[in-house]
Design a protein around this ligand. Structure first.
Ligand SMILES: Nc1ncnc2c1ncn2[C@@H]1O[C@H](COP(=O)(O)OP(=O)(O)OP(=O)(O)O)[C@@H](O)[C@H]1O
Length: 228
């Protein structure tokens, strides 16, 4: 059996001194797709932030794509983030730059040097999300759905072992949310591992996947159509 992509054992998730989730146990294996649901303030983002090194894991055990979260040093965080792709609710694109420049920026920051390789990789990921024809557009010229596609393309650049998506459809209308969800499902089917926090009950009913719920300071797996 391959090592899990993500493994937490008795992990306490804190925001400053505030214990948000206690004794979290979670195993995510290669190829899994998990939803993370729960009411506002139940701890979904705090868990995500702990996984990408924005919050420290203070108690318990945690490994993600071979990084030990307990021992994670500030200087290791960029290396961790090269092995995971992160998608945010508010896209977090550089608005004064084109689609191409947004992606080029990430590749150059992660050590890519050859112009032709950079171009080919950007073409590849834009093709995957159906945005190749808009590579020259400034991101503020794009719709929300298109911006999220570019953000997903950015998350795919370094061929991540795990994609963390925190409310990726939270700023989108229902039709666009559906399109973005279809895209995430295609990416999953191509072999990627995904953990996605969401409030969107319609989507989790339509696209059934394993589901984790944050409630009462705990995280547990629920039946697939459980209400939020
Ligand atoms: N920067 C912060 N400093 C201190 N406490 C925080 C901070 N951010 C969140 N919290 C607290 O941590 C708890 C969990 O918040 P979190 O954002 O993880 O919830 P969530 O489930 O992601 O909510 P939402 O669905 O609204 O995004 C809440 O009680 C919140 O008030």
């Amino acid at each position: 059996m391959e090592k899990p992509v993500l493994y937490l054992e008795n992990a306490d998730i804190y925001q400053r001194d505030n214990l948000v989730l206690s004794k979290v146990n979670l195993t995510v294996n290669k190829g899994d797709f998990y939803y993370l649901i729960g009411k506002t303030g139940s701890g979904k983002s705090s868990l995500m932030k702990t996984l990408y090194g924005d919050l420290k894991l203070q108690r318990g055990t945690g490994t993600i794509v071979d990084f030990d979260l307990k021992k994670l040093q500030e200087k290791e965080i960029p290396f961790l983030r090269r092995k995971i792709g992160i998608v945010f609710q508010d896209f977090k694109l550089l608005n004064d730059r084109t689609v191409f420049e947004n992606l080029e920026f990430v590749l150059k920051a992660t050590g890519w040097k050859k112009k032709d390789d950079i171009k080919a990789k950007i073409n590849e990921v834009l093709d995957k999300v159906g945005m190749q024809s808009k590579y020259y557009k400034k991101t503020y010229e794009l719709s929300g759905g298109e911006q999220q596609r570019v953000a997903i393309a950015r998350a795919l650049l370094n061929d991540p072992e795990l994609i963390l998506a925190d409310e990726p459809t939270g700023n989108l209308d229902p039709k666009t949310s559906l399109e973005v969800m279809i895209l995430l499902n295609e990416i999953h089917k191509s072999g990627k591992t995904i953990l996605m926090a969401t409030h969107d009950y319609q989507l989790i009913v339509k696209f059934k996947q394993k589901t984790l719920k944050c409630e009462g300071g705990e995280l547990f797996e629920v039946a697939q159509q459980a209400s939020i």
